[in-house]
Every structure is written in C-alpha cells, then in structure tokens.
Design a protein around this ligand. Structure first.
Ligand code: DX5
Ligand code: ZN
Length: 239
C-alpha cells in the first residue's frame, strides 16, 4: 500500500486536525482605547480570544494605578467572554466578594501579596470563582509546590508587573518548563498563563514550554488589525 493510498489519505487529514491546537489568547484591556472601551471589548467578543484579561493595580503593590470598579462594571456589561482578572494589589482578600459580584470568572492574586495564600485561594473558590496565582519574575515556581493542587491557574509574569508595553524577560521560558514539570509531578490540573511582552516572537516557544494561555496587550491593541493579530497568535503553533 502506497502512502497516497485512498484509504490512508483521509486518515492523514484526521491526524492533521488532531495535531492543530489553538492557543488560548487573553487580550489585556489595559492596552485598549478607553475612549472606545465598548468597541474594544466587543472586538474581543467577536475575535478568537479565549477571555478578557483585566489588570487591576493599586499603586502600592505595583508603581502604577490602572482602573477600578466603575470601569470593570462597564467591561462586564459588554463582555460576552469570561473575565480573567489579575489583581496587582496588596491584601486582595478585601475585594474577593466584590469581584465575585461583578461576575469575574478567574480571580488571580499575587503570591507576593498574600500572607496566607491557601486561605485566599479557598475564599476565592468559596465565592464561586476560579483561583489563580501570579508570580513575579523573581519568584521561584517551587514556592507553589505545597499549594499547586489548589490553584486553577498560575500566571507567570514575563515582565515586572505594573505597566503594559515592556520587554519580555527570556528566563520566563525555563520558568514555564519548570512549572509544567511541577504540575505533572503533583498530578495537578493547573493551567499556565504567561503575561507580559508576549508577541509572535515568543508565543510559539512559550506554548512548547507548556503555556496554555497567553496574555497580550500592546501586541494586540497597537497592531493594525487586532482581530487578525489575536487569530494569528491563537494559531501560532500551526505556523
Ligand atoms: C502588566 C500586566 C499585563 C500587561 C500586558 O503588569 O499584568 O497584563 O497589560 O501588556 P503587554 O502585553 O503590553 O506587555
Ligand atoms: Zn496582567
């Protein structure tokens, strides 16, 4: 039987579809045009994006203030995809119920901002949300070993949090590999998100390292066609 035998050809087609995997893309609305917020949220709704990434900064944990409840309410009003909310604030427990009431799906707190991370994760889940933990670039993934089975998603920061448009820190790639290994060793179902400086330059290697979700702010919203840019990132492993 030759390789082009009529019985084999359809099988190759099936295998090819099986091999093709879309990457989950999380456009960061920090880079949106706030004067046209409804338009940009609706662009994400109609795109191949997985969810909306919201960056909340308090000016204490990070040296910048982004936006708060009135804007989040506006985003929630127009968003038709889940809200992935990244809290860059100290003592995030104070606002868990508020974010649950706003309809947030994934609430991510920083490892470095929580004195009692296990308690915070339980409180997020008790409020009906998925629990995420973000790690600053200097924070070792092994510090999550005792709590990884309680975490729905780890957000590996590939820039120092606080601003969009920064350069990707290359060491993140090895960090994602190490985290994937930890997740496998512990038999956990934790997803890996990478956040900061993501572009077509590093997206593929991050997915190969183990990333499930890629946050992209500037690369999406500063591009000529954000919808196409989201699609190209989502299909980066097929290139
Ligand atoms: C940085 C934020 C990121 C940021 C990403 O503190 O957590 O989500 O918006 O923006 P880019 O993709 O421009 O680095
Ligand atoms: Zn973020």
């Amino acid at each position: 039987m030759t390789l082009s035998h009529p019985i084999l050809l359809p099988l190759y087609g099936i295998l090819r579809v099986y091999q093709m995997s879309t990457v989950k893309i999380a456009p960061s609305l920090l880079a949106a045009d706030f004067g046209n917020l409804q338009r940009d949220v609706e662009m994400v709704n109609k795109s191949e994006a997985y969810w909306h990434h919201l960056d909340i900064m308090d000016g204490v944990f990070v040296p910048n203030i982004s936006y708060g409840m009135p804007l989040i309410k506006t985003i929630a009003k127009y968003a038709t995809k889940p809200l992935d909310t990244h809290l860059m604030i100290i003592d995030p427990d104070r606002y868990i119920q508020t974010f649950a009431d706003l309809g947030v799906h994934m609430l991510t707190v920083h490892y470095e901002a929580c004195n009692h991370l296990h308690r915070t994760l339980q409180a997020i889940k008790a409020a009906g949300m998925k629990a995420g933990v973000a790690l600053n670039p200097h924070t070792n993934v092994d510090l999550l070993a005792n709590v990884i089975n309680d975490i729905d998603m780890v957000c590996v920061m590939s820039v120092n949090p606080g601003f969009g448009g920064q350069s990707f820190i290359p060491n993140t790639i090895q960090k994602v590999r190490d985290l994937k290994q930890l997740i496998r060793t512990k038999n956990a179902a934790t997803l890996i998100e990478v956040d900061g400086g993501v572009s077509s330059e590093n997206a593929k290697i991050l997915v190969e390292a183990g990333a499930d979700i890629l946050v992209a702010g500037s690369f999406v919203f500063k591009s000529a066609n954000p919808t196409d840019t989201i699609a190209s990132l989502a299909h980066i492993t097929e290139a």
